[in-house]
Design a protein around this ligand. Structure first.
Ligand code: HPA
Length: 276
């Protein structure tokens, strides 16, 4: 019989455990253009996603597809360099499989990074945002189907999904360092096109502060798995009000994020120091 997600995640975790003994409790997912973060830590172990049983290969520019373990701030951490997006054609189960593996590895805290468009008039290009809540507009759901109670409950509660204590640590630190940072509501759309001006306006009106094509499936599965989490986003383009919108390419997004990665690294580093 084919293995289910629980068994596949167990197999992947067991495979990793025979190769690395660090047993980190904290993991970091690197979003678009944030790869430089992985050069900050003392790497002990790296494998390509393709080598890990049941992992897919990520196909997007700026997403490498490597699982790493190492030491940062004297603490063991996992870094997932590259993620799977729904728009690449993966199922939601495939998109969120890495989080299931983290669950099986015993990870307790997940720090997710991404790039996003800002639909709040106070956000500038290159600003950081700690996500405080989300609105899920994706057309598919990672928990659709029979619930496996070994993975989590049928109806996961989403209150305080974006851990208030971690958010406060990040906000206080960034402000003490004069790094521009906000809190905001992240809206997830499938992409891969960026939004029309009318859509950005709509997202603003429904209460969205930032918009992107990832993260929410991982957040839902991490909460289902009982993992505490925070999401740090880099605003790569400003989308509200409409007169601030400029044509934006995928390359523009990566470039803006790269220019601002150093700020995200400092905030994540502080969180690792305080949390791991
Ligand atoms: N829309 C959706 N996803 C994004 C954007 C955007 O404007 N910028 C970066 N990721």
């Amino acid at each position: 019989m084919a293995q289910d997600i629980f068994e596949q995640a167990q197999a992947a975790a067991a495979w990793i455990r025979t190769r690395s003994t660090l047993q980190p409790k904290l993991a970091i997912v690197l979003g678009t253009g944030l790869d430089a973060l992985s050069s900050q830590f003392e790497k002990h172990f790296e494998v390509s996603y393709t080598e890990i049983p049941h992992f897919k290969q990520s196909t997007v520019e700026g997403h490498r597809g490597a699982y790493m373990e190492g030491m940062w701030e004297g603490k063991p951490v996992i870094i997932l360099a590259g993620r799977f997006h729904y728009y690449e054609g993966y199922s939601m189960q495939e998109v969120t499989f890495p989080v299931r593996v983290l669950q099986q590895l015993g990870v307790e805290i997940l720090l997710i990074t991404n790039a996003s468009g800002g639909t709040n008039e106070n956000f500038e290009m290159g600003d950081l945002v700690l996500v405080r809540d989300h609105i899920n507009l994706l057309p598919e759901h990672p928990l659709r189907g029979k619930n496996d109670s070994r993975l989590g409950v049928r109806f996961p509660d989403m209150t305080n999904s974006y851990d208030p204590e971690i958010r406060k640590l990040g906000l206080d630190f960034a402000r003490s360092q004069n790094i521009r940072i906000h809190e905001g509501v992240y809206v997830s759309l499938q992409g891969p096109n960026l939004e029309t001006p009318a859509e950005y306006d709509f997202l603003h009106r429904i209460g969205g502060d930032l918009v992107g094509m990832s993260t929410v499936p991982e957040v839902i599965v991490a909460r289902h798995a009982g993992i505490r989490l925070a999401v740090l986003s880099v605003i790569s383009n400003v989308c509200y009000p409409p007169d601030r919108i400029q044509e934006t390419s995928g390359e523009d997004v990566v470039n803006v994020v790269k220019e601002n990665t150093h700020k995200a690294i400092r905030v994540i580093q502080h969180l690792v120091q305080k949390l791991a």
